[in-house]
Design a protein around this ligand. Structure first.
Ligand SMILES: [Mg+2]
Length: 219
């Protein structure tokens, strides 16, 4: 697949954490720690035991929250408020990112396993909130997380998006699989050095900026 493909694209789906901003900011590490803390408090288990549970659910279901709701009847609002209460001072206004997203023709949407108000805070910190027409968060997905197919299908259906004109940027590779199956062009944002590229990954870039540079050149 070459860059020409972007000429006809009109819908741009962006994952949030570690995609729209760099994982070097360690923002998601704060969320990760708060999940562990929350589970430990709520279930009265050690932090180590909480960590085991957190990762088990994350790998099994796509989010820790899904497992906690299914097996421990956690209140999702309480969980989401607590884990997203993080310090975003590492995120700075990014004019370069703003310009490069703005120049994409059509609609820009955030598609995240996180929560909408948190996503809004992140986007505002980066100075790019106004560029996005909507945020499709875990509540819009009825708590069914990526990489499951259902929430993405609903996103496309409810917005009447034609998958053939969609592009999806994401740092977690397996989340790109359902998108590719639906005919969306997939972009993996990763520092991974491997030569092997999976069939469901159409493009791979180290940063969101380098991905946007290549796309903008081809519009
Ligand atoms: Mg991510």
């Amino acid at each position: 697949m070459n860059g020409e493909v972007f000429k006809k694209k009109r819908i741009w789906l962006f994952d949030l954490d570690n995609t729209i901003y760099s994982s070097n900011t360690k923002i998601f590490d704060q969320i990760d720690k708060r999940m562990k803390l929350f589970i430990s408090k709520k279930l009265s288990v050690s932090v180590d035991e909480a960590f085991v549970l957190q990762k088990k659910f994350y790998h099994k279901y796509g989010t820790t929250l899904y497992g906690l709701m299914k097996h421990h009847e956690f209140d999702p609002d309480e969980f989401l408020d607590f884990v997203h209460d993080v310090n975003l001072s590492k995120l700075k206004k990014n004019l370069e990112l703003f310009d490069k997203i703005r120049s994409l023709p059509g609609e820009k949407v955030i598609y995240t396993n996180g929560e909408k108000n948190y996503a809004k805070r992140v986007l505002e910190s980066l100075g790019i909130f106004n560029l996005f027409q909507s945020i499709w968060d875990i509540k819009k997905s009825e708590f069914i997380p990526k990489p499951q197919m259902a929430p993405l299908k609903n996103l496309l259906k409810e917005n009447k998006f034609d998958s053939s004109i969609c592009v999806y940027f994401e740092d977690i590779k397996k989340n790109l699989k359902p998108a590719h199956q639906l005919g969306i062009t997939t972009i993996h944002i990763t520092n991974e050095e491997s030569n092997k590229k999976d069939s469901y990954v159409d493009f791979r870039f180290k940063t969101i900026i380098s991905a946007l540079d290549m796309i903008n050149k081809n519009l």
